[in-house]
Design a protein around this ligand. Structure first.
Ligand code: ADP
Length: 188
């Protein structure tokens, strides 16, 4: 089974992906992975993101290239071995962040068309104000309102994709234990 976790920064994806992984691995083969990956392209993306002026198109192409490695070298082989694969972010993130950066949605969909689809995608939905408070220490130096508007736009795209793909929308403002139970019952 392939499970992806999506949503804006600070929505709680990483926390819940880790909890699910820790639970599932007690009874089955399971891996926890994330995008950008820790491979060469993923590390390069992380470097670019840290810089202030980035080219949105180049970054999203790099995300897709990173995903090509991720799916071919890790996700697909692990699924073949019977592992449950949990990914913290996947292709929805390219579409949501790319569109919020001003890129054409059709093109973003096109460059992601060929990637394997998860069996379950959890889309974490939370108000950007809440998410930003949670990650305040991480987002030092960003201009508050610019970032807020950007996250509002990103959230909108995630919600649209969730509807279109029939994903599980998780109310990320609930407490960690409540969300954990909700996710476990869906996966089971
Ligand atoms: P993301 O991976 O979506 O960026 P994280 O899981 O890293 O989000 O969570 C961001 C911060 O919010 C962390 O400090 C985490 O402990 C906290 N957090 C995660 N989920 C919740 C929740 N449901 N309620 C309150 N705080 C949370």
């Amino acid at each position: 089974m392939f499970i992806s976790f999506e949503g804006i920064d600070g929505s709680g994806k990483t926390t819940q992906a880790r909890i699910l992984y820790d639970t599932l691995r007690q009874s089955r083969k399971c891996i926890l992975t994330k995008e950008p990956t820790q491979g060469d392209i993923g590390n390069f993306i992380k470097k670019l993101i840290k810089r202030k002026r980035i080219n949105p198109m180049a970054v999203q192409l790099l995300f897709a290239a990173d995903r090509a490695f991720h799916t071919e070298n890790l996700i697909k082989p692990k699924l073949k071995q019977g592992c449950t694969v949990i990914s913290d972010r996947y292709f929805f993130s390219t579409i949501a962040y790319g569109k919020a950066s001003g890129l054409d949605e059709g093109w973003l969909r096109q460059i992601n068309e060929r990637f394997i689809r998860p069996d379950i995608t959890f889309v974490f939905d939370v108000a950007p104000e809440v998410a930003m408070k949670r990650i305040a220490s991480r987002s030092k130096g960003t201009v508050y309102f610019e970032k807020l508007k950007f996250l509002q736009n990103t959230r909108k795209v995630y919600k649209k994709l969730a509807k279109e793909y029939g994903c599980r929308v998780i109310d990320g403002s609930k407490d960690i234990d409540t969300i954990k139970e909700e996710i476990l019952s869906i996966v089971k």
